[in-house]
Design a binder for this molecule. Structure first.
Ligand SMILES: [Zn+2]
Length: 415
């Protein structure tokens, strides 16, 4: 606890009065804001940017000229507007020329993509990952090889401005995987090693897959405009990304939002984390397959889908398994609703299937366990970005430094 007489506070040097931002700082901020508009919103007319950003026309023109000179956007005459008079030029992101590499590492699959400014997936590679211990060299080697294949196909006038990766486990802010119980990955310097293997002079930003998917749904999916959203991702385990008041809840070192390890059933099923009765242990793939009497036969998304299909066809064991899992899922969501009062809860990954197969149980648990005021405007949805939510999130993570300060980011990659 920090008291008023904490000596560590007294030792701090007095900070100077901070002057307001300089003209240059304002310009850099505005360059990033304009680029973010066209990156997320697509081609936008100068007139529209003037309105949305609350800046005057000459400022928008100057900012656009700077971003055009840097090769980040281009201006074009719009297609027939159907209106008389001089049309406002449309500002487009240079999607084919400016790109990032995005990577996704799940228990059963890995993916790599080249994603253009504006969010266009220009090229991608997917591979099945066989369950078993996490071998850093093998995973990183595979992803780097995919990236090199895609890099070789690019034209000489393209520029790679960053790289981002999603991982199904706890990731520290510096890109070290601290825990991935479903892959047996602990304290692995994943970001650093992937950057070294890529050999493109780029750092690789790494994030928890559900956190990144939450950001992706908020920036490009069904959460656009929402400031309070929770994304629940089912891989083999359950991950969560909590956006509260417009900000991702990262926690002190980056492990915030691990709702899969929230205990919903004390003394319940053993969890890979060492505890019992975690949401992940009661709702994850293994629980569903065991309850449905199918564990050890098929694994992965197809196995989960098969249970939901069987329940649809009237298989009573499958129906009961889904109902049980849906009950625990509803309890978990009810707790989250009470704590965070989200506007939207999104079910992604295999939880998409589980929710679609057990929506009635999930809803009924929330109705009985969550505070009435906290749930009355709650919307439950399945992911709009589908299986790409985590990959899209990794791309957004890679673009984030470019959107924060476009000219500085470009200077860094071209030096
Ligand atoms: Zn756990």
């Amino acid at each position: 606890m920090i008291s008023d007489s904490d000596p560590s506070l007294e030792r701090q040097a007095p900070t100077a009065m901070r002057a307001g931002p300089s003209q240059e700082e304002i310009r850099r901020h505005n360059l990033g804001a304009l680029l973010r508009h066209v990156h997320l919103g697509g081609p936008t007319s100068r007139a529209e940017l003037t309105t949305r950003m609350g800046l005057n026309r000459s400022t928008i023109m100057a900012l656009t000229a700077d971003l055009t000179a840097a090769g980040l956007v281009r201006e074009e005459l719009p297609r027939d507007t159907g209106r008389a008079g001089r049309p406002s030029l449309v500002v487009r992101p240079e999607s084919a020329k400016v790109y990032v590499f995005a990577f996704d590492v799940g228990v059963d699959r890995v993916a790599a993509a080249r994603v253009g400014l504006g969010g266009t997936i220009l090229d991608r590679r997917d591979a099945v990952r066989h369950r078993g211990p996490f071998e850093l060299d093998e995973v990183v080697g595979g992803l780097a090889s995919f990236a090199r294949q895609m890099h070789r196909k690019t034209r000489s006038d393209t520029v790679c401005v960053g790289a981002g990766a999603a991982f199904a486990g706890g990731v520290r802010n510096d890109g070290v995987i601290r825990f991935g119980p479903n892959m047996g990955a602990y304290d692995v310097p994943f970001g650093e090693e992937l950057a070294r293997k890529l050999g493109l002079g780029l750092t690789v930003a790494v994030g928890n897959d559900a956190n990144l998917a939450a950001m992706a749904e908020q920036s490009r999916g069904l959460g656009v405009g929402s400031r309070d959203l929770i994304y629940l991702h089912g891989d083999v385990g359950i991950g969560g990304g909590v956006i509260a008041g417009g900000h991702l809840l990262g926690g002190h070192e980056g492990y915030g939002g691990e709702v899969g390890h929230m205990v919903v059933n004390p003394g319940g099923r053993a969890c890979g984390c060492g505890s019992h009765g975690c949401l992940e242990a009661e709702v994850g793939e293994r629980a569903l397959l065991e309850l449905a009497g199918r564990f050890g036969q098929q694994v992965g998304r197809d196995a989960v889908r098969a249970v939901v299909d069987a329940a649809d066809r009237g298989d009573i064991v499958a129906q009961e398994a889904l109902s049980r899992v849906g009950d625990w899922l509803g309890l978990g969501v009810a707790n989250l609703v009470n704590v965070f009062n989200p506007e939207i809860v999104v079910f992604g990954g295999m939880l998409r299937e589980v929710y679609l197969g057990a929506a009635a149980q999930v809803r009924s648990r929330i109705a009985t366990e969550a505070l009435a005021a906290s749930r009355e405007r709650l919307r439950l949805r399945t992911s709009a970005l589908g299986d790409d939510a985590t990959l899209v999130g990794a791309a957004e993570l890679a673009f984030s430094h470019v959107l924060a300060d476009p000219l500085e980011a470009l200077a860094r990659v071209s030096s």
